[in-house]
Design a protein around this ligand. Structure first.
Ligand code: ADP
Ligand code: ZN
Ligand code: ZN
Length: 698
């Protein structure tokens, strides 16, 4: 055993110190090789990192343990992959071992050596001939042709700012096609926010590429694959066999030795941000990875994140252009016009109006003609709270600082934070009064209410209309979402009620009216990103209407917004479908308040049995970092309780860190980590803490 190597493993505690351990071996495997190593009494999967011994783990050479085995038959993970992992770990303040191991399919870890040997011997099936549909490939529109020419001629990264239905996906397909045809090895990574919501997209890609490159040219990567599927797809990408990987945020770490293009569709979508472990932004890592590997990066959205919008600003007299190239596609393909936005002033409606009469009339007319309607309400359940009209008791969760939601279907009170569920009490648990009633309204109630309101309406075929609901409750069972979406697509549903799940990406063909019932909450939220999220949600929802230009419409498509603040600038911009105006106004506010993208933020969150303990930890950390923060012009704010302060009997607090320089913030965090780790012992009541760099929700 004459050699020492360092191996990245996922050590149990997030040490924040790199995660590399030193082992002995006879022959040095090349960096990137997967090995099994002993740790304590266990054996772990690890990645050989570089040949220098890890600095943080000073072990006497005689105590060094040998690596247990090498995973045979697997090409080492290449240097770019390792650098991507290293960067992500240091940027998001986690150990590289954790990030590396989380990025690998679990079966690499879980299969025994014998199982692995057997797995390797499995003969690849003969490439299946593709037998699906092969739709005609459309000729690009002028806008598409221009965007494609720009992508070919420049380095990027690119931001395609294109309306819903402007043909962005077609641009991705063509850009990919051009690369695949030019270079027989080229690989392409296409990222989407949530694959389950858009099963058609995978089909569209497969139908385009499989006829020429075989049914196996495309693999998917997302969390609903089985471990065996995930391993298979990962191996296909790693070996270069799969030319296209279509996946969710985790796919940004796919090992793709010949990566040449990364597409991030709906780049503004918050689900690109991982919310636990290493809290990475897959979109931001995609941009980094593209630069690292010389792959082109295309971000696309109808409502870009304000960060990407700002990065793609054109040059002005005072300032050079941002580092992204903005490519606009303002027109919708075909004649499908964007819907007319109609605002209803709820101040003028009778108290407790759910649907204004005008909206109801419009809905009736349309379903009678066989058109479809979407009703958007971002709150599931029947009612957000149950209330005693006598003593004022409310259905609070005993374990959280939140109300339990009334679900009428199974007559339960359910906490949406900790899951605590109980049957609805017959009488007020506090005073015995029988008169307890729901306050407010969720999708379940809306569905019920609409059924009453539209009971006398008939479809063109004389049948009663069908109302369906899609939200996290109605789609809990596996396959249920796909089934329900298929019904909407097939036209079996006339009115679809749902949460934001129904607004995203679906290509419903017969929708001509979209109604947003109660979007006001986000206008005055304490989270400065709430208006941005609302605007993009409403634009997305509006984009579901009028997708089929061949439909002969009696009256144009509409989006209805019922609001107590109909003249709010956000709704003004929505009415004009004017994202740039909205973005400009928001960016001005953010600049004045020095909020992102004009500053950079991180949050430290701590969880403890008591709020005092959580805050004490954070405030001690603040003291420990104060001198360095001062020097680097980093602002450390005092600890505060989180918006939902207690979940499952755990108190949560957070502390904001802000700086106008990303570099200084990174420098600060890297040094401050050690302080945080060192404080652990003095704060035994703290259950866990985590740093969130570039947090999306404050
Ligand atoms: P986006 O991704 O911007 O929503 P898509 O690429 O899905 O837009 O295009 C919207 C619709 O227009 C799709 O049905 C697509 O097949 C069609 N389409 C896109 N580009 C063209 C084109 N150049 N010619 C004809 N139809 C097109
Ligand atoms: Zn009571
Ligand atoms: Zn709870």
């Amino acid at each position: 055993m004459s050699h020492q190597i360092s191996v990245m493993v996922h050590t149990p505690a997030h040490s924040g110190l790199g995660g590399a351990l030193t082992y002995a071996c006879d022959t040095v495997p090349p960096p990137g090789t997967l090995v099994r190593v002993p740790l304590g009494s266990r054996e772990l999967l690890g990645v050989v990192w570089d040949n220098a011994p890890a600095s943080d783990e000073v072990a006497e050479p005689m105590q060094l343990r040998a690596i247990a085995s090498v995973l045979e038959g697997l090409t080492p993970l290449n240097a770019s992959w390792r650098q991507l992992v290293q960067f992500a770990a240091s940027y998001y303040q986690r150990s590289a071992g954790e990030v590396a191991l989380a990025a690998l399919p679990s079966q690499l870890r879980d299969l025994s050596t014998e199982q692995w040997t057997r797995r390797l011997k499995r003969k690849p099936k003969a490439v299946a001939a593709y037998e699906g549909p092969t739709p005609a490939i459309p000729t690009p529109t002028d806008e598409q042709a221009q965007v494609l020419a720009d992508i070919a001629a420049h380095k990027g990264p690119f931001l395609i700012f294109g309306n819903t239905g402007s043909g962005k996906t077609e641009v991705y397909l063509r850009a990919a096609q051009a690369l695949l045809a030019r270079d027989p090895q080229a690989q392409i990574l296409v990222m989407v926010p949530e694959i389950n919501l858009t099963p058609q997209l995978e089909e569209r890609f497969r139908a385009r590429f499989a006829p020429q490159w075989g049914a196996d040219c495309l693999v998917a990567m997302h969390s609903s694959l089985t471990p065996a599927q995930r391993l298979k797809n990962w191996l296909a990408a790693h070996s270069g066999e799969a030319r296209i990987v279509l996946g969710t945020r985790m796919a940004v770490f796919a090992s793709m030795p010949h990566l040449q293009l990364i597409v991030v569709d709906e780049e503004h979508d918050p689900s690109y941000k991982q919310q636990e472990g290493a809290r990475y932004s897959a979109r931001d890592l995609a941009v980094y990875r593209g630069q690292l590997e010389g792959a082109k990066v295309i971000l696309g959205s109808a409502t870009p994140s304000l960060e990407s919008w700002h990065h793609s600003r054109p040059a002005t007299a005072a300032e050079p252009a941002g580092r992204y190239m903005r490519l606009a596609m303002p027109s919708r393909v075909g004649q499908g016009a964007l819907p007319l936005v109609r605002r209803v002033d709820m101040n003028r409606q009778p108290y407790k109006t759910v649907f204004s009469n005008h909206l109801l009339d419009a809905m009736r007319e349309r379903v009678t003609r066989g058109e479809q309607i979407l009703v958007l309400l971002n709150r599931r359940g029947y009612a957000p709270v149950l209330n005693c009209n006598d003593c004022g008791w409310k259905s609070e969760c005993p374990h959280c600082s939140a109300y339990r939601v009334f679900h009428k279907l199974d007559r339960t009170l359910r906490c949406h934070h900790c899951g605590f569920t109980q049957p609805v009490p017959r009488a007020c648990p506090s005073c015995g009064n029988l008169d307890i009633s729901p306050l407010g309204r969720g999708t379940e109630q809306l569905e019920e209410h609409l059924a009453e309101l539209l009971a006398d309406v008939r479809r063109p075929d004389g049948q009663p209309i069908r109302i369906a609901r899609i939200d996290a409750d109605s789609t809990r069972l596996k396959g249920e979402l796909e089934r329900q979406l298929a019904e909407v697509h097939a036209g079996a549903v006339d009115v679809l009620v749902g949460t934001q799940m129904i607004a995203k990406g679906h290509d419903f063909r017969r929708v001509t009216l979209v109604a947003a019932l109660n979007p006001d909450g986000a206008l005055f939220s304490s989270d400065f990103r709430a208006p941005e999220r609302l605007f993009s949600l409403l634009m997305q929802a509006a984009g579901r209407a009028g997708r089929d230009a061949s439909m002969r419409l009696v009256s144009p498509c509409e989006m209805w917004v019922q609001s107590f603040h109909p003249m709010h600038p956000l709704f003004e911009a929505l009415k004009q479908h004017d994202y740039p105006a909205f973005a400009e106004q928001q960016l001005k506010e953010r600049e004045q308040a020095t909020l992102p993208p004009f500053s950079f933020q991180a949050l430290v969150r701590a969880e403890a049995r008591s709020q005092e303990a959580a805050q004490a930890f954070l405030n001690a950390a603040r003291d420990a970092g104060a001198a360095l923060a001062d020097e680097l012009l980093v602002d450390l704010y005092p600890a505060v309780p989180m918006t939902i302060q207690r979940v499952a009997n755990i108190e949560r607090a957070q502390m904001l860190i802000e700086c106008t320089s990303r570099k200084a913030l990174q420098h600060f965090l890297a040094h401050w980590q050690a302080d945080l780790h060192a404080m652990r012992n003095a704060h035994r009541q703290v259950i866990r803490w985590a740093v969130d760099v570039d947090p999306l929700a404050i």
